[in-house]
Write a protein that binds this ligand. Structure first.
Ligand code: SF4
Length: 351
């Protein structure tokens, strides 16, 4: 494939759909591509029209995040017909022990067949087969850069991505951090940190919990009920080192689901008492999530930690969701109060 050559000051224009792994890797992609002199065109936040268009092009049983991806690609293509490329990375495995969902493995091939899509700029992450640096060199070559330039860009991007993760572990929300990245602003925590009388761990794929259109601004609904929300991005790196062994012999081979199980293991053991409840947002028709959701539910029952699973699709309605959130939060609050009263009673008896 011949690289596109741009003479003079005109930069290569690359469109990035604001969907799927955007919510996980955008800071890395942005730094990496900008270091390679690329102009990034980001699609807008998800809206009704984007979802409708994605649904039209995605077949019925496809999960909603992938349909949104289609809609975001089509939006970019229509609004920016002069894009040189559209960035559609192929994430296969970023650690040796686990895979990404098959939907990610085939993404560049599927997107290629959508109407009027420009050339696909691929970036394949598959550490089972080759180091990520190899893909960085390949991508640089496609953009007309030499090996040194590509590797320097890759190192800079990795450094920036580490800073981004450190910021999240200090307590920043992903949406806040991504806004700063988009605006090229330094990583600073908001002056007022939201505190609540309840702390809830919100689980789910980043595209489910940080795309505020498709989840009907779920985190805001919780905050409005006086809940402090944490996500796995806020947890220390050390929790994600050891694999989770299910039933003493089985290992989870889905990358993100493994991270969710690792977080849960912490709150079932050392971190017990640090949270008041768990909510898991999953997409309709998501195989990997529905499997681990069952395992999590069983564990939660054993330790008596309130757990709510919410399945989302393009038909989810705000009123129904709010009712479920309100009743769950109310139940958690009552439970916490009762536990507090019970422990006080025990202390009184001891005296
Ligand atoms: S993990 Fe689930 S929600 Fe995500 S792309 Fe795969 S099927 Fe869809």
């Amino acid at each position: 494939m011949e690289p596109i050559e741009k003479k003079g000051t005109k930069k290569i224009r690359v469109g990035i759909p604001r969907a799927l792994h955007f919510y996980r890797y955008f800071p890395f992609w942005k730094k990496f591509l900008e270091e390679l002199d690329v102009e990034i065109i980001l699609s807008p936040p998800t809206n009704k029209k984007i979802v409708e268009e994605g649904v039209t092009h995605g077949f019925g049983e496809l999960c909603i995040p992938v349909k949104i991806y289609y809609g975001q690609v089509l939006k970019l293509v229509r609004e920016y017909p002069n894009l040189d490329y559209i960035f559609v990375p192929r994430y296969v495995a970023e650690v040796k022990e686990a895979y990404f969902c098959p939907k990610f493995l085939s993404l560049p091939d599927v997107i290629k067949i959508l109407p009027k899509v420009p050339k696909i700029l691929n970036f394949e992450v598959n550490v089972k087969e080759f180091p990520i640096a190899t893909s960085a060199i390949e991508l640089g070559k496609e953009l007309g850069k030499n090996q040194n330039q590509a590797l320097n860009a890759y190192r800079e991007a990795q450094k920036y991505f580490d800073e981004y993760h450190k910021f999240l572990r200090e307590g920043a929300s992903v949406n806040h951090a991504l806004r700063l990245v988009e605006r090229n602003r330094p990583f600073t925590l908001p002056k007022k940190k939201h505190k609540g009388d309840l702390k809830i761990l919100l689980l789910g794929h980043s595209y489910n919990i940080f795309d505020t259109f498709i989840n009907l601004d779920f985190q805001k609904k919780l905050r409005d009920q006086g809940v402090e929300v944490i996500t796995i991005e806020n947890l220390p790196e050390s929790l994600f080192k050891e694999p989770v062994i299910i039933n003493k012999r089985l290992r989870n081979y889905w990358r993100h689901e493994e991270e969710i199980m690792q977080a849960i293991r912490y709150f079932l053991t050392k971190g017990r008492g640090e949270i008041d409840g768990v909510i898991f947002l999953i997409s309709f028709a998501c195989g990997p999530d529905s499997l681990i959701s069952e395992l999590i539910m069983r564990d939660m029952k054993v330790v008596g930690l309130p757990f709510l699973e919410i399945t989302m699709d393009e038909h989810s309605g705000s009123a129904g969701l709010l009712t479920r959130v309100e009743s769950f939060v109310e139940m958690v609050r009552r439970k916490k109060k009762k536990l507090g009263l019970d422990s006080k009673k025990k202390e009184t008896i001891k005296i």
